[in-house]
Ligand binder design. Structure first.
Ligand code: NAD
Length: 461
C-alpha cells in the first residue's frame, strides 16, 4: 500500500527508503513469578519514525503479537498522526499474552514488569515515547503504566504524560474511552457530507436508515455501533464476535448485546433466532456499511469477492489485506482507510497529553466566563421579549442550551470533530482532484507521506 502511494510521488529514492523502514524495534523477554513458577513473556516496542517526538502508539495484548505486526502498526501510526496533524512520530508495542488467561492481580504484575523494561530504556517517556491502549488493554493497564513510570521517575512533574488513555481520576481526559468509536462516527458523517464520494460508492442520502454490520464489539466497535444507532439513525443488523455472530434485518440492541457479552464472555445464548455459528460469513452479508473493528486481515483474498457492502470503514487496524484491497477497489467498493477511520483515539490521546503537560482541565478557565457573557445576552433578550409591541419570545429550551458553557467533554468532541473533518477534506481533495488516484487509502497515504517527507526535508535529512 505504501509502495502504491510513493510510486505516485516525487520523493528522492533515499528519502523514500528512510520513511519506509522502522527505525528501531526492541524485543524484551522477562520473567514474572506467578502461580508458584516463573513465566517468561515476550514483548515489543517498535519506533517507526522520529521525525517528530514523542512517538506515539498503542500497546496490544494478544497471542498474535510478533515483530512484523508491531512494526507494521508502528508505521501506520506515523502516517495516521501525520494525516490528523497530531505532532507525533509513530510507534507501537505488544505483549504475547492472552489477557483472559490471567486474573487482575497477575495482569498488574505482568504489566508493571513490562512497563519497567520499557521505562528504563526511555521507551516510555513523556517527551520520547507515549503509549496508549490497543487490543486487549484499556484504562486499567494505562493507569498501572503511569504509576510505574512515576515510581521510577519520582521527580518528573510531567510523569502523567508518559501514557494516554488513563482513567479520568488518574490523569485521563473526558471522552478518551469512546474516542476511537466516536471518530469512526465523525468519519462516516464526513463521508456522507462528501456527495461526490457517496456517489462513487454508488450510495445516496445520509447515514439515516443505513444498515450496518460490525465485527468486534470491543472498545472501538461498541462505541461506533452505539453512536451510529443512537444518534445517526443507523440500523445495526449484524454483530460478529469470537464465538459467532448475531444477524437480523430487524436490528440489534447494541447495549443489550454488550452487557450480555460482558456477563457471559460471548454472544452465544443471546438470541437463537439471530445466531450464526460461523461469524465470518456475516462479513459477506448484504448491508450498506461494513465496520470491521476487531483484528487485521479479516477481509482477504479468500472472501473479498463475496463482500457485498459498498462501503467499508476500517475501524480496526489493517482489516483489509493488500490483495483484498485491490479486488475491492477494482469492484468500486469504497474503503475508508484505518489510517483515517480510527484516528480518533490518537487525536484525543494528543489532547490528553497536552492536558497532562499543562496540568489543567480543558475549559476550567473559560467556562464560567463564557456563561456569564451568555447570561448578559439572555438578560437583554428577556428584557426585550417583555416588550408587548415587539411581540416575540425565546424558543423553549433555548435559554438553558445557550447558557451552558463548554466543559472538557464538549471541547474534546469539538476538537475531534474538527480534526476528522479537516483530515477528510485533505484526503478527499486528492481523491477527487487527481486522475491517478482512485481510492481514499492512496489519497490518505499521499497526504501523510508528504507531511512526513516535508518534516524530514526541513530537518535537512
Ligand atoms: P478490544 O480488545 O476492546 O476489542 C476487540 C473485540 O474484537 C473484542 O470484543 C473481541 O472479542 C473481538 N474479537 C477478537 N477476535 C475476534 C474474531 N476473530 N472475530 C470477531 N471478533 C473478534 O480492542 P479495541 O481497542 O476495540 O481494538 C480493536 C481494533 O481497533 C484493533 O485493530 C486496534 O488496533 C484498533 N484501534 C483501537 C484503538 C483504541 O483506542 N482502542 C485506536 C485505534 C485503533
Amino acid at each position: 500500500m505504501f509502495n502504491r502511494a510513493v510510486a505516485l510521488m516525487d520523493l528522492s529514492p533515499g528519502l523514500e527508503e528512510k520513511i519506509r523502514v522502522c527505525n528501531a524495534t526492541y524485543t524484551v523477554r522477562f520473567g514474572v513469578r506467578l502461580r508458584g513458577q516463573i513465566h517468561t513473556f515476550t514483548g515489543y516496542r517498535s519506533v517507526h519514525s522520529e521525525h517528530m517526538e514523542p512517538v506515539k502508539g498503542g500497546i496490544r495484548y494478544s497471542m498474535g503479537v510478533n515483530q512484523d505486526e508491531v512494526e507494521a502498526l508502528a508505521a501506520l501510526m506515523t502516517y495516521k498522526c501525520a494525516l490528523v496533524e497530531a505532532p507525533f512520530g509513530g510507534s507501537k508495542g505488544g505483549l504475547c499474552i492472552d489477557p483472559r488467561d490471567w486474573d487482575e492481580h497477575e495482569l498488574e504484575q505482568i504489566t508493571r514488569r513490562f512497563a519497567y523494561e520499557l521505562i528504563k530504556r526511555d521507551l516510555i517517556n513523556p517527551s520520547q515515547n507515549v503509549p496508549a491502549p490497543d487490543m486487549g488493554t484499556g484504562e486499567r493497564e494505562m493507569a498501572w503504566i503511569a504509576d510505574q513510570y512515576k515510581r521510577i521517575h519520582t521527580t518528573d512533574i510531567n510523569g502523567n504524560a508518559c501514557v494516554t488513555g488513563k482513567p479520568l481520576n488518574a490523569g485521563g481526559i473526558a471522552g478518551r474511552v469512546e474516542a476511537t468509536g466516536r471518530g469512526v462516527q465523525y468519519a462516516l458523517r464526513a463521508f456522507f457530507r462528501d456527495t461526490e464520494g457517496v456517489k462513487k460508492a454508488g450510495m445516496s442520502g445520509t447515514l439515516d436508515g443505513k444498515r450496518v454490520i460490525v465485527q468486534g464489539l470491543g472498545n472501538v466497535g461498541y462505541h461506533a455501533a452505539k453512536f451510529l444507532s443512537e444518534e445517526d439513525g443507523c440500523k445495526i443488523i449484524g454483530i460478529i464476535e469470537r464465538d459467532g455472530a448475531l444477524f437480523g434485518e430487524d436490528g440489534l440492541d447494541v447495549d443489550k448485546v454488550r452487557s450480555w457479552i460482558s456477563k457471559h464472555g460471548g454472544i452465544s445464548g443471546f438470541s437463537d433466532r439471530h445466531h450464526v455459528k460461523d461469524g465470518a460469513l456475516v462479513l459477506e452479508e448484504d448491508c450498506d456499511i461494513l465496520v470491521p473493528a476487531a483484528l487485521e486481515g479479516v477481509i482477504n483474498l479468500q472472501n473479498a469477492d463475496r463482500i457485498k457492502a459498498p462501503l467499508i470503514i476500517e475501524a480496526a487496524n489493517g482489516p483489509v489485506t493488500a490483495g483484498a484491497d485491490q479486488v475491492l477497489r477494482e469492484r468500486g467498493t469504497v474503503i475508508i482507510p484505518d489510517m483515517y477511520a480510527n484516528a480518533g483515539g490518537v487525536t484525543v490521546s494528543y489532547f490528553e497529553w497536552v492536558k497532562n503537560l499543562s496540568h489543567i482541565r480543558f475549559g476550567r478557565m473559560q467556562r464560567r466566563q463564557e456563561e456569564s457573557r451568555h447570561q448578559l445576552l439572555i438578560d437583554e433578550l428577556e428584557r426585550l421579549s417583555k416588550d408587548k409591541e415587539l411581540g416575540w419570545t425565546l424558543s423553549p429550551g433555548f435559554k438553558e442550551r445557550y447558557l451552558r458553557g463548554a466543559g472538557e467533554l464538549e471541547l474534546v468532541r469539538s476538537g475531534l470533530d474538527d480534526t476528522m473533518r479537516v483530515a477528510y477534506d485533505s484526503m478527499a481533495a486528492v481523491w477527487h482532484g487527481r486522475d491517478d488516484v482512485d481510492d481514499l487509502r492512496t489519497a490518505a497515504y499521499l497526504v501523510a507521506i508528504d507531511k512526513v517527507a516535508s518534516s524530514y526535508r526541513a530537518k535537512g535529512l
